[in-house]
Design a protein around this ligand. Sequence first.
Ligand SMILES: [Zn+2]
Ligand SMILES: [Zn+2]
Length: 308
Amino acid sequence: MSDSPAVDADSILACEECLSPAEAFAVVGNETRLSILEALWRMERPAAFSDLRREVGMRDSAQFNYHLSKLTGQFVTKTDDGYDFRSAGRAVIRAVLEGTLNQDPELDPFDVDGECVDCGAPLEATYGNERIRIRCTACGRPHGGYSFPPGGLEDRTREELMSAFNQRARHLSCLSADGVCPECSGRMETSLFEVPDEDPFDLDVRVEHECQRCQHTIVSSVGLVLLDDAEIVSFYRDHGIDLNTVPYWTLEWCVTDNYTVVERAGTVDDPSSWRITLTIPVEDEALVLDLDGELSVLASERRERATA
Ligand SMILES: [Zn+2]
Ligand SMILES: [Zn+2]
């Protein structure tokens, strides 16, 4: 009798026609096989049997062949030209490189570009629990935080790290808004919530993306979801600014709701009836976007703006 727990047929751990996840982990839960995957990753592929064995540094050809054969099929593919990765093999290497499996670094607070949207004091970033968080050095107001795999800290100065973080945060938020989970590529659903005044992010409207497959959840502002909107990007371009390179936490319309107005035709908990106006000021002009409750742009208009 087996002492392993019974796995329901509809469990994510069950699989009739494929390798079960437990079996897959067992295959790669072995120093030699991980070394083979790592060697293959370093090499030009497809790699010949003898070259791969030499790269791993194993003399015993039979031993090496045994471990390689365990990987062949699900993790590694064998062609006439040699061995190459399958997606699963690449995913194992990626998980090791990400550092999420076996690292848990922390960074002391360090200065970042921009100033607090509330009090004007300088901002700082911290790293812990695999997240970068940005906050005001004086009043502590948060200016956003997102996951960032530990592997991404390697070989980067603080400045390079924050630039990478900026790209990653935009990407996560925009991909989620487009309905694709950044973790598992499952279907992501977006909901809007009205938030009480004591919300720590100081937002009246909170956007939540939740993966229907892996439950991965990302919270953002209305502005952040629209960072890759063509209209907004060209509005900035017309003012000589490449929006791609602007840290999102320095954009007030991304980190506050001061530029967002919500009108509710129906009830508070029925966002499909909401109409949202987002005003984006740049110099002497403002781009005004009308959005529906799913954050689709219904109309947009550029208006002159009085500057002080
Ligand atoms: Zn502040
Ligand atoms: Zn997912």
